[in-house]
Structure formats: structure tokens, C-alpha cells
Ligand binder design. Structure first.
Ligand SMILES: Nc1ncnc2c1ncn2[C@@H]1O[C@H](COP(=O)(O)OP(=O)(O)OP(=O)(O)O)[C@@H](O)[C@H]1O
Ligand SMILES: [Mg+2]
Length: 307
């Protein structure tokens, strides 16, 4: 087992991709360290797949730099990619061959043993259906076969682009359990993209949130939640005067209608009530609202990107 370390496995600097007039990835700086499960989160069309394609050297950046294992692709492409396993969008298989045969073909290219095929089948729990033709596989099985293929070369870094897209809840659960095991049981660092916050929240230690090509947040889940100080909602008679009294305490309230709102309030909420009541105000409503992670996400990505 390993924990997140200071060794940087993925870093991008000003990564940018333009398609004609459109900037699909806009100046993105990512950093993913060994041992992390990094959730790359963003609504449809945000630029996740485009970023991932550039990380894998499948597409050339318009501007900016990608380093994997502290190396750029220039002279090290094969050395780097040998340590990376990836599943990008729906993988294509030989549908008339079995799961095992599909893995066998790749194992010959990668030069890995038959034992490794059995191992990866075991990890993704496809051993029992490994002799079935892929065209008879369910979507969940196909996704797991994709992960098996990505794991075949014993990578240090696994990059999965929306691996749970289209799966039912039990399929999603299975992939989630699989991903959680990667750093813990196999020492593999993971980048997983998704448009689903709840899913990322369950597996990731770190997140990057992308919207319209721009990275809106990069940090731990705790930091994302921690950015979030409560909003206090107050209903009081004479709100304008109450606002002045609170200002004396360095509490900045805003008036909206007949309510006062205090954003990012740092102190104990009862202190607002005490101050107002002791100055003769009548407080009929005082509530502390903490944003859920979903609300924070929607604020960052824009409500129109709602999931
Ligand atoms: N080859 C291409 N040519 C032109 N535009 C492209 C190309 N690939 C992606 N785009 C555009 O770039 C933007 C980002 O697309 P991308 O596929 O990276 O988003 P995504 O975050 O992966 O979305 P999804 O969740 O739907 O997979 C979109 O507006 C898309 O239309
Ligand atoms: Mg995509």
C-alpha cells in the first residue's frame, strides 16, 4: 500500500487546445501525485476527454506542456507510455473473439505473460466469462475488460475516461470498488474523469473541476468543502439599522427584501443573535446554511451545466 507522495506523475503547464475558434482546453495546470485517486470532474463538453487525449500523447496541444513521470513526450514517448494504462471513451474490441483472446492479442504486443492475463481477469472479476465472446458481454463487462486491458502492462498510472458511463448502479458500484483498490492494493495512481460529482466524491482523494475548458478548482475534496463557509440568513425588524449594528462587529450583512444575509460567516452564529437581541431588535428567523458539495460544484460549473 502507498499513500499520496510528493512525486509528481502528471503535470501540465498552460495546457491549451483550440479547435478553430473554439478553445476547448484553456490554460490548464494539473498536478497529480503518486498514490492519488484524482477525480477529473466536469459537465459534458467541458474538455475532459480532450485533456486526457493530450495527456496520453494522442493529440498535440495547441499550447502548453504535458509531463508524465517528469518527462515530456519528445524523446521519451514509449518509455512513458509503458508505465501508463488508459481507457478512453468506449474502447473497441474484437467482438467475435472472447475476452481472453482480446487480452491475449494485447499481451503479445506488450510482451506480458499468460499469468498476467489471468491476474487482470481476476482483478476485474471476468474470469468466469473470459471464454465468452465479447459481443455477448454486457456494457459493464465490456468496461471491465477495458480496465483489464489497461492494467495488462502493470502500469504505475491508470487513466480512465468516464469508465462508468452508461452503467447501471451495480456496474457503477463494481467499477468504483475496483478503482479504490488501485492505489491501496496495487500501488497504482489513478486519474478518473466523470461528470458525476457523487461518484467522484466516493472514490477520489483529489479533484480538478473543469468547465468550458477552464480549471475552476484543483485540490483535495476537503479543500473543496472547506472553501465553503456558511451563509447566515436573518429576518429581523428594522434590517437597515440591524445591518449597521452588525457592521460595528465587523460583520458585513447584505439586505435583500426584508432579510439580511451574511456570507462566509466565520464566528459562532449565536453571536449574531445575541448582538441583535441585546440591542433591542426582534429576530424572527436565523438560519445557518452550509452548501452541499453539489451546490459548490454547481456554483463552480454554472447551473446550466446541472447534472
Ligand atoms: N476533434 C475535435 N474537433 C473539434 N472540436 C472538438 C474535437 N474534440 C472535442 N471538441 C470540442 O471540444 C469541447 C470539449 O470536448 P471534450 O470531448 O473534451 O469534452 P468532455 O468534457 O470529454 O465531454 P463529455 O462529458 O461529453 O465526454 C467540445 O465542445 C467538443 O465539441
Ligand atoms: Mg469525454
Amino acid at each position: 500500500m502507498i499513500t499520496s507522495s510528493n512525486e509528481v506523475l502528471i503535470s501540465t503547464n498552460g495546457l491549451t487546445k483550440q479547435f478553430g475558434e473554439q478553445t476547448s482546453v484553456d490554460n490548464v495546470d494539473l498536478q497529480i501525485n503518486r498514490g492519488q485517486i484524482f477525480g477529473f470532474l466536469g459537465p459534458n463538453g467541458a474538455g475532459k476527454t480532450t485533456t486526457i487525449r493530450m495527456l496520453l500523447g494522442l493529440m498535440k496541444p495547441t499550447k502548453g506542456e504535458v509531463k508524465l513521470f517528469d518527462k515530456s513526450f519528445n524523446n521519451n514517448r514509449l518509455d512513458i507510455l509503458r508505465k501508463v494504462g488508459a481507457l478512453v471513451e468506449a474502447p473497441s474490441y474484437y467482438r467475435n473473439l472472447t475476452g481472453y483472446e482480446n487480452l491475449k492479442i494485447s499481451s503479445e504486443i506488450l510482451g506480458v505473460t499468460k499469468q498476467r492475463i489471468d491476474e487482470v481477469l481476476e482483478i476485474v472479476r471476468l474470469t468466469e466469462v473470459s471464454d465468452k465472446k465479447v459481443k455477448q458481454y454486457s456494457l459493464g463487462m465490456k468496461q471491465r475488460l477495458g480496465i483489464a486491458l489497461a492494467l495488462l502492462g502493470s502500469p504505475e498510472l491508470l487513466i480512465l475516461d468516464e469508465p462508468t458511463n452508461g452503467l447501471d448502479p451495480s456496474g457503477i458500484h463494481e467499477i468504483r470498488q475496483l478503482i479504490k483498490r488501485m492505489p491501496r492494493d496495487f500501488g497504482i495512481t489513478v486519474l478518473i474523469s466523470s461528470h458525476n460529482l457523487a461518484e467522484i466524491e466516493m472514490v477520489a482523494s483529489h479533484v480538478g473541476i473543469i468547465q468550458s475548458g477552464k480549471l475552476k478548482f484543483h485540490g483535495t475534496l476537503e479543500e473543496l468543502k472547506g472553501d465553503n463557509k456558511p451563509l447566515v440568513e436573518i429576518k429581523v425588524n428594522q434590517p437597515a439599522k440591524a445591518k449597521e449594528i452588525l457592521m460595528q462587529q465587523q460583520v458585513h450583512a447584505q439586505i435583500k427584501g426584508d432579510m439580511l444575509f451574511v456570507e462566509n460567516f466565520d464566528g459562532p452564529v449565536y453571536s449574531i443573535n445575541t448582538k441583535l437581541v441585546s440591542n433591542g431588535f426582534e429576530v424572527s428567523h436565523l438560519v445557518e446554511k452550509v452548501q452541499t458539495l453539489e451546490e459548490i460544484f454547481l456554483d463552480l460549473t454554472g447551473r446550466e451545466g446541472a447534472l
